[in-house]
Write a protein that binds this ligand. Structure first.
Ligand code: FAD
Length: 316
Protein backbone atom coordinates (compact mmCIF):
# COMPACT_ATOMS: atom_id res chain seq x y z
CA UNK A 1 0.00 0.00 0.00
CA UNK A 2 2.85 2.38 -0.78
CA UNK A 3 1.91 5.78 -2.25
CA UNK A 4 4.12 7.17 -5.05
CA UNK A 5 6.28 9.34 -2.80
CA UNK A 6 6.82 6.50 -0.32
CA UNK A 7 7.74 4.26 -3.22
CA UNK A 8 10.22 6.84 -4.51
CA UNK A 9 11.74 7.10 -1.05
CA UNK A 10 12.12 3.33 -0.72
CA UNK A 11 13.69 3.13 -4.19
CA UNK A 12 16.19 5.91 -3.49
CA UNK A 13 17.08 4.45 -0.11
CA UNK A 14 17.65 1.12 -1.86
CA UNK A 15 19.86 2.91 -4.40
CA UNK A 16 21.83 4.55 -1.59
CA UNK A 17 23.12 1.08 -0.68
CA UNK A 18 23.83 -0.03 -4.28
CA UNK A 19 27.57 -0.25 -4.78
CA UNK A 20 27.63 -0.55 -8.57
CA UNK A 21 25.40 2.46 -9.00
CA UNK A 22 27.58 4.34 -6.55
CA UNK A 23 30.66 3.71 -8.65
CA UNK A 24 28.99 4.88 -11.84
CA UNK A 25 27.50 8.03 -10.35
CA UNK A 26 30.55 9.02 -8.30
CA UNK A 27 32.76 8.92 -11.36
CA UNK A 28 30.36 10.65 -13.73
CA UNK A 29 31.62 14.04 -14.94
CA UNK A 30 28.46 15.94 -13.94
CA UNK A 31 28.75 14.92 -10.35
CA UNK A 32 31.12 17.56 -9.07
CA UNK A 33 28.79 20.48 -9.86
CA UNK A 34 25.61 18.75 -8.86
CA UNK A 35 26.79 17.67 -5.45
CA UNK A 36 28.28 21.04 -4.69
CA UNK A 37 25.16 22.42 -3.16
CA UNK A 38 24.93 19.74 -0.47
CA UNK A 39 28.57 18.78 0.02
CA UNK A 40 31.27 21.09 1.35
CA UNK A 41 33.88 19.94 -1.17
CA UNK A 42 36.14 16.95 -1.70
CA UNK A 43 39.19 18.17 0.20
CA UNK A 44 40.10 19.51 3.63
CA UNK A 45 40.93 22.81 1.96
CA UNK A 46 37.46 23.16 0.43
CA UNK A 47 35.72 22.16 3.65
CA UNK A 48 37.79 24.75 5.51
CA UNK A 49 36.68 27.41 3.06
CA UNK A 50 33.00 26.51 3.44
CA UNK A 51 33.27 26.41 7.24
CA UNK A 52 34.94 29.82 7.29
CA UNK A 53 32.13 31.34 5.21
CA UNK A 54 29.53 29.89 7.56
CA UNK A 55 31.32 31.14 10.68
CA UNK A 56 31.68 34.58 9.08
CA UNK A 57 27.90 34.67 8.73
CA UNK A 58 27.33 33.85 12.43
CA UNK A 59 26.72 30.16 12.04
CA UNK A 60 28.39 27.32 13.93
CA UNK A 61 29.56 24.26 12.04
CA UNK A 62 29.95 20.52 12.43
CA UNK A 63 32.06 18.82 9.76
CA UNK A 64 31.64 15.23 8.70
CA UNK A 65 34.23 13.37 6.63
CA UNK A 66 32.08 11.30 4.27
CA UNK A 67 32.49 7.57 4.27
CA UNK A 68 30.38 4.78 5.67
CA UNK A 69 30.28 1.01 5.84
CA UNK A 70 34.08 0.83 5.86
CA UNK A 71 35.25 -2.62 4.86
CA UNK A 72 38.90 -2.65 5.89
CA UNK A 73 40.93 -1.32 8.83
CA UNK A 74 43.08 0.86 6.58
CA UNK A 75 40.04 2.74 5.34
CA UNK A 76 39.03 3.28 8.95
CA UNK A 77 42.50 4.65 9.73
CA UNK A 78 42.34 6.88 6.70
CA UNK A 79 39.05 8.31 7.97
CA UNK A 80 40.49 8.83 11.45
CA UNK A 81 43.49 10.65 9.95
CA UNK A 82 41.23 12.85 7.84
CA UNK A 83 39.55 13.99 11.07
CA UNK A 84 42.88 14.61 12.78
CA UNK A 85 43.98 16.67 9.80
CA UNK A 86 40.86 18.79 9.57
CA UNK A 87 40.84 19.42 13.33
CA UNK A 88 44.44 20.64 13.13
CA UNK A 89 43.68 22.87 10.14
CA UNK A 90 40.52 24.30 11.72
CA UNK A 91 42.46 25.03 14.91
CA UNK A 92 45.22 26.81 12.97
CA UNK A 93 42.52 28.93 11.34
CA UNK A 94 41.18 29.83 14.81
CA UNK A 95 37.85 28.10 14.21
CA UNK A 96 37.68 25.51 16.98
CA UNK A 97 37.60 27.48 20.24
CA UNK A 98 34.40 27.01 22.24
CA UNK A 99 33.19 24.46 19.74
CA UNK A 100 32.60 26.96 16.92
CA UNK A 101 33.52 24.23 14.45
CA UNK A 102 33.16 20.70 15.81
CA UNK A 103 33.14 17.28 14.10
CA UNK A 104 30.50 14.59 13.53
CA UNK A 105 31.56 10.95 13.14
CA UNK A 106 29.98 7.81 11.75
CA UNK A 107 31.25 4.81 13.68
CA UNK A 108 30.77 2.62 10.59
CA UNK A 109 33.35 4.80 8.82
CA UNK A 110 35.74 4.23 11.70
CA UNK A 111 35.48 0.44 11.53
CA UNK A 112 32.37 -0.52 13.54
CA UNK A 113 31.31 -3.10 10.92
CA UNK A 114 34.70 -4.86 10.72
CA UNK A 115 33.66 -8.17 12.22
CA UNK A 116 34.34 -9.19 15.79
CA UNK A 117 36.89 -6.48 16.56
CA UNK A 118 34.95 -3.79 14.73
CA UNK A 119 33.56 -2.05 17.76
CA UNK A 120 36.96 -1.91 19.44
CA UNK A 121 38.59 -0.54 16.26
CA UNK A 122 35.89 2.13 15.94
CA UNK A 123 36.19 3.00 19.62
CA UNK A 124 39.98 3.38 19.41
CA UNK A 125 39.72 5.57 16.31
CA UNK A 126 36.98 7.65 17.91
CA UNK A 127 39.16 8.06 21.02
CA UNK A 128 42.01 9.48 18.96
CA UNK A 129 39.61 11.99 17.39
CA UNK A 130 38.07 12.97 20.76
CA UNK A 131 41.53 13.58 22.22
CA UNK A 132 42.46 15.75 19.22
CA UNK A 133 39.18 17.67 19.58
CA UNK A 134 39.79 18.19 23.30
CA UNK A 135 43.27 19.54 22.55
CA UNK A 136 41.85 22.26 20.31
CA UNK A 137 38.85 23.17 22.48
CA UNK A 138 36.03 21.63 20.53
CA UNK A 139 33.55 18.73 20.65
CA UNK A 140 32.55 15.55 18.81
CA UNK A 141 29.09 14.19 17.99
CA UNK A 142 28.45 10.56 17.02
CA UNK A 143 26.06 10.28 14.08
CA UNK A 144 23.41 7.58 14.36
CA UNK A 145 23.08 5.01 11.59
CA UNK A 146 20.52 2.24 11.07
CA UNK A 147 18.75 0.63 14.03
CA UNK A 148 21.00 -2.44 14.09
CA UNK A 149 23.80 -0.17 15.36
CA UNK A 150 21.91 1.93 17.92
CA UNK A 151 22.87 -0.08 21.01
CA UNK A 152 26.51 -0.35 19.95
CA UNK A 153 26.73 3.35 19.21
CA UNK A 154 25.18 4.25 22.57
CA UNK A 155 27.64 1.96 24.33
CA UNK A 156 30.57 3.62 22.52
CA UNK A 157 29.07 6.97 23.54
CA UNK A 158 28.99 5.81 27.14
CA UNK A 159 32.65 4.75 27.02
CA UNK A 160 33.81 7.96 25.38
CA UNK A 161 31.86 10.12 27.81
CA UNK A 162 33.83 8.64 30.73
CA UNK A 163 36.80 10.67 29.44
CA UNK A 164 35.07 13.41 27.44
CA UNK A 165 31.62 14.13 28.90
CA UNK A 166 30.84 16.50 26.03
CA UNK A 167 30.71 13.77 23.37
CA UNK A 168 27.27 14.10 21.77
CA UNK A 169 24.80 11.53 20.47
CA UNK A 170 22.19 11.60 17.73
CA UNK A 171 18.75 10.17 18.44
CA UNK A 172 16.13 9.53 15.74
CA UNK A 173 12.46 10.21 16.47
CA UNK A 174 11.28 7.55 13.98
CA UNK A 175 12.44 4.78 16.35
CA UNK A 176 9.97 3.66 19.03
CA UNK A 177 12.80 3.39 21.55
CA UNK A 178 13.90 7.02 21.25
CA UNK A 179 11.63 8.57 23.89
CA UNK A 180 13.28 6.34 26.48
CA UNK A 181 16.75 7.07 25.09
CA UNK A 182 15.97 10.79 25.43
CA UNK A 183 15.01 10.28 29.08
CA UNK A 184 18.26 8.40 29.69
CA UNK A 185 20.37 11.09 28.04
CA UNK A 186 18.64 14.27 29.24
CA UNK A 187 21.22 14.72 31.97
CA UNK A 188 23.74 17.39 32.96
CA UNK A 189 26.46 17.90 30.35
CA UNK A 190 24.86 15.55 27.82
CA UNK A 191 24.61 16.81 24.22
CA UNK A 192 21.82 15.23 22.20
CA UNK A 193 21.08 15.95 18.54
CA UNK A 194 17.48 15.03 17.82
CA UNK A 195 16.59 14.30 14.18
CA UNK A 196 13.75 12.42 12.49
CA UNK A 197 15.98 9.67 11.09
CA UNK A 198 16.97 8.92 7.54
CA UNK A 199 17.40 5.17 7.06
CA UNK A 200 14.91 2.62 5.76
CA UNK A 201 13.62 0.96 8.91
CA UNK A 202 11.08 -1.85 9.44
CA UNK A 203 7.74 -1.40 11.13
CA UNK A 204 8.92 -3.57 14.01
CA UNK A 205 11.25 -0.78 15.22
CA UNK A 206 10.14 2.48 13.62
CA UNK A 207 7.09 4.63 12.88
CA UNK A 208 6.35 4.53 9.16
CA UNK A 209 3.92 7.40 9.00
CA UNK A 210 5.42 10.92 8.76
CA UNK A 211 2.85 12.31 11.18
CA UNK A 212 3.78 9.73 13.79
CA UNK A 213 7.48 10.54 13.33
CA UNK A 214 6.73 14.24 13.81
CA UNK A 215 4.61 13.61 16.92
CA UNK A 216 7.37 11.48 18.35
CA UNK A 217 9.84 14.30 17.59
CA UNK A 218 7.75 16.71 19.68
CA UNK A 219 7.52 14.27 22.61
CA UNK A 220 11.28 13.65 22.49
CA UNK A 221 12.07 17.34 22.20
CA UNK A 222 9.90 18.11 25.22
CA UNK A 223 11.87 15.59 27.28
CA UNK A 224 15.19 17.06 26.13
CA UNK A 225 14.15 20.69 26.67
CA UNK A 226 12.80 19.94 30.15
CA UNK A 227 15.89 17.90 31.02
CA UNK A 228 19.34 19.04 32.12
CA UNK A 229 21.29 18.33 28.94
CA UNK A 230 22.03 20.39 25.86
CA UNK A 231 19.44 19.78 23.10
CA UNK A 232 20.48 20.12 19.45
CA UNK A 233 17.37 20.52 17.33
CA UNK A 234 18.32 19.03 13.95
CA UNK A 235 15.47 19.63 11.52
CA UNK A 236 14.45 21.82 8.57
CA UNK A 237 10.80 21.45 9.44
CA UNK A 238 9.33 24.94 10.07
CA UNK A 239 6.68 23.60 12.45
CA UNK A 240 9.25 21.80 14.57
CA UNK A 241 11.54 24.85 14.65
CA UNK A 242 8.59 26.87 15.94
CA UNK A 243 7.67 24.21 18.52
CA UNK A 244 11.30 24.02 19.68
CA UNK A 245 11.26 27.76 20.36
CA UNK A 246 8.05 27.47 22.39
CA UNK A 247 9.28 24.43 24.37
CA UNK A 248 12.60 26.13 25.15
CA UNK A 249 10.73 29.16 26.39
CA UNK A 250 8.41 27.07 28.56
CA UNK A 251 11.41 25.27 30.03
CA UNK A 252 13.01 28.66 30.85
CA UNK A 253 15.99 27.99 28.66
CA UNK A 254 18.01 30.88 27.39
CA UNK A 255 19.15 31.10 23.78
CA UNK A 256 22.56 29.60 24.38
CA UNK A 257 21.36 26.53 26.28
CA UNK A 258 20.30 24.71 23.09
CA UNK A 259 20.92 25.00 19.37
CA UNK A 260 19.31 24.51 15.98
CA UNK A 261 21.07 22.43 13.35
CA UNK A 262 20.50 22.10 9.61
CA UNK A 263 22.32 20.49 6.71
CA UNK A 264 24.51 22.44 4.33
CA UNK A 265 22.48 23.78 1.40
CA UNK A 266 19.08 23.22 2.99
CA UNK A 267 17.02 26.30 3.94
CA UNK A 268 20.03 28.64 4.10
CA UNK A 269 17.78 31.74 4.50
CA UNK A 270 16.17 30.15 7.55
CA UNK A 271 19.63 29.39 8.95
CA UNK A 272 20.54 33.07 8.61
CA UNK A 273 17.22 34.21 10.08
CA UNK A 274 17.69 32.07 13.20
CA UNK A 275 21.28 33.25 13.61
CA UNK A 276 20.14 36.87 13.23
CA UNK A 277 17.58 36.60 16.04
CA UNK A 278 20.30 35.35 18.39
CA UNK A 279 19.66 31.60 18.23
CA UNK A 280 22.60 29.23 18.01
CA UNK A 281 22.51 27.74 14.54
CA UNK A 282 24.92 24.98 13.49
CA UNK A 283 25.34 23.74 9.92
CA UNK A 284 26.35 20.16 9.17
CA UNK A 285 29.03 20.20 6.48
CA UNK A 286 29.83 16.84 4.89
CA UNK A 287 32.97 16.70 2.76
CA UNK A 288 35.16 14.15 1.02
CA UNK A 289 34.91 11.89 -2.02
CA UNK A 290 32.36 9.45 -0.69
CA UNK A 291 29.28 11.60 -1.01
CA UNK A 292 27.04 9.07 -2.78
CA UNK A 293 25.15 7.51 0.15
CA UNK A 294 24.70 10.91 1.78
CA UNK A 295 23.35 12.51 -1.37
CA UNK A 296 20.94 9.65 -2.11
CA UNK A 297 19.45 9.96 1.39
CA UNK A 298 18.88 13.69 0.78
CA UNK A 299 17.15 12.82 -2.54
CA UNK A 300 14.93 10.30 -0.79
CA UNK A 301 13.81 12.97 1.67
CA UNK A 302 12.67 15.50 -0.84
CA UNK A 303 11.64 15.17 -4.49
CA UNK A 304 12.71 18.80 -5.11
CA UNK A 305 16.27 17.76 -4.34
CA UNK A 306 15.91 14.94 -6.84
CA UNK A 307 14.70 17.43 -9.47
CA UNK A 308 17.78 19.54 -8.84
CA UNK A 309 19.98 16.49 -9.30
CA UNK A 310 18.24 15.34 -12.49
CA UNK A 311 18.37 18.83 -14.01
CA UNK A 312 22.12 18.75 -13.38
CA UNK A 313 22.25 15.41 -15.19
CA UNK A 314 20.26 16.69 -18.14
CA UNK A 315 22.38 19.79 -18.65
CA UNK A 316 25.77 18.09 -18.44
P1 FAD B 1 11.39 16.55 6.59
O1 FAD B 1 10.19 15.79 7.02
O2 FAD B 1 12.32 15.96 5.60
O3 FAD B 1 10.96 17.96 6.05
C1 FAD B 1 10.02 18.72 6.79
C2 FAD B 1 9.83 20.08 6.18
O4 FAD B 1 11.06 20.80 6.19
C3 FAD B 1 9.41 20.07 4.72
O5 FAD B 1 8.04 19.85 4.61
C4 FAD B 1 9.85 21.46 4.30
O6 FAD B 1 8.93 22.42 4.76
C5 FAD B 1 11.14 21.64 5.04
N1 FAD B 1 12.28 21.22 4.18
C6 FAD B 1 12.94 20.05 4.21
N2 FAD B 1 13.90 20.02 3.27
C7 FAD B 1 13.84 21.19 2.62
C8 FAD B 1 14.55 21.79 1.53
N3 FAD B 1 15.51 21.13 0.88
N4 FAD B 1 14.21 23.03 1.15
C9 FAD B 1 13.22 23.70 1.76
N5 FAD B 1 12.50 23.19 2.79
C10 FAD B 1 12.80 21.97 3.21
N6 FAD B 1 19.71 11.30 10.27
C11 FAD B 1 20.13 10.14 10.81
O7 FAD B 1 19.48 9.10 10.64
N7 FAD B 1 21.29 10.09 11.54
C12 FAD B 1 22.03 11.20 11.80
O8 FAD B 1 23.06 11.10 12.48
C13 FAD B 1 21.60 12.43 11.26
N8 FAD B 1 22.28 13.58 11.50
C14 FAD B 1 21.74 14.77 11.09
C15 FAD B 1 22.35 15.96 11.46
C16 FAD B 1 21.77 17.18 11.15
C17 FAD B 1 22.43 18.44 11.58
C18 FAD B 1 20.53 17.22 10.42
C19 FAD B 1 19.86 18.52 10.11
C20 FAD B 1 19.94 16.04 10.03
C21 FAD B 1 20.53 14.81 10.34
N9 FAD B 1 19.94 13.62 9.95
C22 FAD B 1 20.41 12.44 10.48
C23 FAD B 1 18.87 13.60 8.91
C24 FAD B 1 17.49 13.64 9.52
O9 FAD B 1 17.22 12.43 10.18
C25 FAD B 1 16.42 13.86 8.45
O10 FAD B 1 16.45 12.81 7.56
C26 FAD B 1 16.56 15.15 7.67
O11 FAD B 1 16.97 16.19 8.50
C27 FAD B 1 15.23 15.54 7.02
O12 FAD B 1 14.24 15.69 8.00
P2 FAD B 1 13.58 17.08 8.43
O13 FAD B 1 13.57 17.12 9.92
O14 FAD B 1 14.31 18.19 7.82
O15 FAD B 1 12.10 16.95 7.97
Amino acid sequence: DLNPSALMRQTLLGMSRNDQLRQVIEKAPFSRDVVHRFVGGATTEEALRVATELVDTHRLVTVDYLGEDTVDPQMAEHTRDAYLEILARMAEAGLTQDGTVEVSLKLSALGQALGRDGNKIALDNARAICQAAANVGTTVTLDMEDHTTTDLTLSVLHDLRQDWPWVGAVLQSYLYRTEQDCRDLATEGSRVRLCKGTYKEPESVAFQDKTDVDKSYVRCLKILMEGDGYPMVATHDPRLVEIATVLADKADRDADSFEFQMLLGIRPEEQLRLAAIGAKMRVYVPYGDEWYGYLMRRMAERPANLGFFLRGLATK
